[in-house]
Write a protein that binds this ligand. Sequence first.
Ligand SMILES: Cc1cc2nc3c(=O)[nH]c(=O)nc-3n(C[C@H](O)[C@H](O)[C@H](O)COP(=O)(O)O)c2cc1C
Length: 183
Amino acid sequence: MENKNILIAVTGGIAAYKACELVRLLVKNDLTVKVMMTQNAVKLVSPLTFKVLSKNQVCTDDFLPETDGSATHIALAKWAGAVVVAPATANTIGKFVNGIADNFVTTTLMAVPETTPLFFAPAMNDNMWNNVFVRENMKKLAVRKSCHVIGPESGMLADGSSGIGRMSEPGAIMECLGKVIAN
Ligand SMILES: Cc1cc2nc3c(=O)[nH]c(=O)nc-3n(C[C@H](O)[C@H](O)[C@H](O)COP(=O)(O)O)c2cc1C
């Protein structure tokens, strides 16, 4: 992969804090990283944290009055050599596979060219992961070319229970990404 620009999409899962470490690892490995966040992700981790770690502006909205009027979602989708959605909520996965583009992140994901590698690192409660409609949505994801699903892992979940749904560790996500971008 010639284009080593990595776009990270952070959605509103508690594992958003792990995305900070992912960004740090990618930057440490000399990749150029930009981060976009959903409004729910912003409630969990500050965009400023990702701005500092990625050394780039963080995009959350291109309808703000202070933007220059260009369609940032299209430019960002073209800029990316690979896109990683981490954590990927049930909500954002569901929207993506059903062609819904109702916020900055889902709109940008929809504009990513089909040949660009797109990674999803799902993270959610085990009942959500086992929900019949989430299962159907995960099958639909495989329909897209160059789509890779990383995890989730089993272990302790945010509510203290044990089950499947933990986001894969940043190192494991980095490894999967590395294998694809090395080719
Ligand atoms: C503290 C907290 C933690 C959450 N963690 C998750 C999660 O790990 N996975 C998930 O799918 N939803 C989680 N949710 C619910 C999502 O935030 C919710 O479905 C939201 O609509 C997702 O929006 P987004 O996909 O646009 O970020 C959590 C909500 C809260 C309040």
